[in-house]
Design a binder for this molecule. Structure first.
Ligand code: EPZ
Length: 425
């Protein structure tokens, strides 16, 4: 097992290139299944989730190859085995994004129940009901969903999601591109990654448009063609490095990301007194650390985009430990996404866990090094940020979770002056 050894207290400064967004590229790889023509994705991050999905697609029978450093060519000619094995589905929940594309193109697929992970139960009932409304038959048996489309193919439907679901929206809209007739999605997700996927699908010949804030309309076509698409920058990675600058008192310029995708985070920066320059035209965000503890406490509630992202709240909690006064977190999306706070307590944070969705953090507190363990991707980034903030040395285990969504995180941090290295334990 690998671990990070981090010695904190060093202000991080310099420039960091933000990679392509994990929560966009995985869906774009699935979108390539919708055509028998080759698709080329650029700005593909070198993360383990991409490697896992690449292997999954190859096992189904599709050609997937990396070109140069950051491009991926996918060619889904035929599906030899329309099947995703359980261990792959459990390893990466996002494999469920294959449901819509596989049903739309091949009419059948067997997918494992991705199950919950550390942040909550994470059911897929909204995905299943959306595809059933489009004519699919989906039976759950022995841990697998056996899904098939009618002989004549899927048909359009008016799907009104009771809860905003990012991947539910994406599964339904990808299936709708090849369905007969028109599909309307209401209460659809608004994340920038969803709009980037809409761009890619449009480039493949899909007739798809966001006609209102939470409404997406799709007119099915007979076939889609290949395309070349550049994956948008990862707003979650950018936010992680922005916080790294703020908590260590440095100054970091993140390039390759659209700062308008971090609107809710930047308004929290305004409330906390964190200085930044956002350059949408130049796709850069520069964040400056607060001079000796000049941070103000803040109350944050997570909401679907454009609200404050649930993925942002874990890293933000480190900033809260350094702010003057008592901050609060209200996690509305997932039922179990505050566990990382227990690890912060072991590093000296003053946290009151009110219940599984509410916490209060009082600062500023001087964090100290500790041996801590990572249980999920965003909690991992949080503990790295805490270790960079803490005086002394921390050892962080479970770093494979971080590798799932952050490309070469220690190399990027070292380039900013961090004292971090990866050891075989
Ligand atoms: C996506 O997950 C992201 N993952 C998550 O990022 C992100 O936290 C989440 O959206 C919310 O923004 C990817 O895009 C790969 P949801 P997703 O469906 O689509 C409930 C990360 O760290 N729900 O928007 O799976 C669900 O339980 C990951 O990169 C149902 O009840 O999330 C949750 O409470 C973590 N039934 C809420 O909806 C369903 O069928 C939102 O979940 C589907 C979801």
């Amino acid at each position: 097992m690998q671990k990070f050894v981090i010695t904190g207290g060093v202000p991080l400064s310099g420039e960091v290139r933000i990679a392509g967004a994990k929560n966009a590229v995985l869906k774009m790889m699935a979108a390539a299944v919708l055509t028998d023509q080759p698709c080329l994705l650029r700005n593909v991050p070198n993360i383990s989730d991409v490697a896992i999905l690449r292997e999954l697609l190859s096992d189904i029978g599709f050609e997937v190859r990396r070109i140069n450093g950051d491009a991926l060519e996918l060619h889904a000619v035929e599906a030899t085995w329309p099947f995703v094995p359980l261990e792959a589905g459990v390893k990466m929940r996002a494999s469920f994004i294959l449901l819509g594309p596989m049903l739309a193109r091949f009419g059948r697929v067997i997918l494992p129940n991705p199950g919950g992970d550390r942040i909550g139960r994470r059911p897929v009932d909204l995905h299943v009901s959306a595809l059933e409304q489009m004519g699919a038959t989906i039976v759950y048996r022995n841990g697998y969903y056996f899904a098939s489309a009618p002989e004549a193919g899927l048909h359009g439907a008016h799907i009104d999601f009771p809860t905003v679901t990012v991947m539910g929206t994406e599964n339904a809209m990808m299936a709708a591109t090849l369905a007969q007739g028109t599909t309307v999605l209401d209460n659809a997700a608004l994340e920038p990654e969803v709009d980037d996927l809409i761009q890619m699908l449009g480039g493949m010949g899909a007739r798809i448009e966001r006609t209102a804030d939470r409404r997406i309309e799709i007119d099915g076509v007979d076939a889609l063609h290949g395309t070349e698409h550049r994956v948008l920058g990862d707003r979650l990675e950018a936010e992680t490095f922005a916080i790294a600058a703020a908590v260590t008192g440095g100054s970091v310029k993140a390039t390759g990301v659209d700062p308008s995708h971090l609107g809710a985070f930047l308004s929290v920066c305004d409330q906390m007194g964190i200085a930044y320059e956002a350059d949408a035209a130049g796709s850069t965000l520069t964040v400056h650390g607060a001079a000796n503890g000049g941070l103000r406490a803040v109350d944050v509630r997570t909401d679907p985009y454009p609200g404050f992202a649930t993925d942002f709240q874990a890293p933000l909690s480190v900033l809260m430990t350094q702010a003057q006064g008592t901050s609060s977190i209200h996690e509305t999306i997932f039922e179990d996404r505050l566990d990382h706070l227990l690890e912060l307590v072991r590093m000296g944070a003053r946290v009151e866990l009110v219940d599984e969705r509410h916490a209060r953090i009082t600062g500023p507190t001087q964090l100290h090094g500790a041996e801590v363990g990572i249980a999920d991707l965003r909690a991992g980034a949080t503990l790295i940020l805490a270790a960079l903030t803490a005086g002394g040395t921390s050892v962080i285990s479970g770093i494979e979770h971080v590798d799932r969504g952050y490309e070469q995180i220690e190399a990027k941090l070292v380039a900013l002056g961090a004292r971090i290295n990866r050891i075989e334990a």
